[in-house]
Write a protein of this length. Sequence first.
Length: 136
Amino acid sequence: MTQNAIDSPSLNPSPPDSQTNRLIVQFVLAATIILVCVLLVVWGIHKVQVSDPYVHDVLTSNGRLERGQQLFWQNCATCHGLKGTGEVGPDLQHVSERKSQIALIKQVTSGKTPPMPQFQPNTQDMADLLEFLNSL
Ligand code: HEC
């Protein structure tokens, strides 16, 4: 009688070790919980930042590109170049692909990265500047 393939030892793995299985389940559960927590924190930070009234007003104002360019030339071009290609300050080409809108607003208003000064534009001016930065 021919031997059934299912009976062959190589196709008949030893029964799963239940302790290993339990460890895997626990690991997956822990990883999921950590992931959910991280997502909640990131989402929370985003919410808090967007609910900052200044950021909110900037993001809901219509930026005017030409005025943004003027503001940039007056305040930023000495360091970043007339076209944002960089002088003392870094090249700002495609900066809006590297940084979020919120990060760009903070960059201009926080003064946390000397020698770049802290600017305090009103929300409309900031929206105009942001429009210009997004066009680079
Ligand atoms: C005195 C020179 C100076 C002026 C004026 C200045 N910056 Fe900067 N800026 C810098 C420097 C230096 C950095 C790099 C800071 C760092 O990350 O350490 C920087 C960084 C930045 C960045 C982040 C770039 C990146 O790749 O992450 C942005 C955006 C920016 N500046 C926008 C502006 C805008 C808009 C203005 C005008 C309102 C301005 N800067 C005026 C010097 C300046």
